[in-house]
Design a protein around this ligand. Structure first.
Ligand code: ZNH
Length: 142
């Protein structure tokens, strides 16, 4: 699980995003939809699912706002994300294996943004954080 050092690194990286969060969220979403095409089925109701589309950019922003919120709740993710878990489990019915896929895409996009600042320690902290977020999001699945 996340150590105090991991949590500090996650908060530091998030603090350095400086307005780039939305673009990184959109890129991660584009990567997910292209690299793991089965994920496209969940977004079939969007008018345009292609990279750079309004839907993709807007949802990238939504995801990153939720992740920012999760950073603030890093000490209690299961309780903090319970409504979002409920939504994904019952209304959206997202197969939980997809959380890992989006996490990988987010780590990839963050690594591209941070380049040499994305050290193995930061990589570890971010991976563990997204794993904890994913675990919290699956909490309401029965
Ligand atoms: Zn999800 C939605 C978050 C993952 C799919 N999402 C959503 C939202 C949010 C989120 C915030 C909104 C809600 C409302 O509106 O209320 N997600 C999230 C997060 C994550 C996720 C944080 C992790 C990290 N998702 C996911 C995945 C998938 C999904 C993996 C698949 C693949 N979501 C989804 C959908 C939706 C959502 C489909 C809806 C959208 C629309 O419709 O537009």
């Amino acid at each position: 699980s996340l150590t105090a050092e991991d949590k500090a690194l996650v908060k530091t990286i998030w603090g350095k995003l400086n307005g780039k969060a939305d673009a990184i969220g959109a890129e991660a979403l584009e990567r997910m939809l292209i690299v793991y095409p089965t994920t496209k089925a969940y977004f079939a109701h969007w008018p345009d699912i292609s990279p750079g589309s309004e839907s993709v950019r807007s949802h990238g922003k939504t995801i990153m706002a939720a992740v920012a919120d999760a950073v603030g709740k890093i000490d209690n993710l299961v309780d903090g994300l319970s409504d979002l878990s409920e939504l994904h489990a019952t209304k959206l019915r997202i197969d939980p294996s997809n959380f890992e896929i989006l996490s990988l895409s987010l780590v990839m996009s963050l690594a591209r943004e941070f380049q040499s600042d994305f050290t193995p320690e930061v990589h570890t902290a971010m991976s563990k954080f997204f794993e904890a977020v994913s675990t919290a999001l699956t909490d309401k699945y029965k």
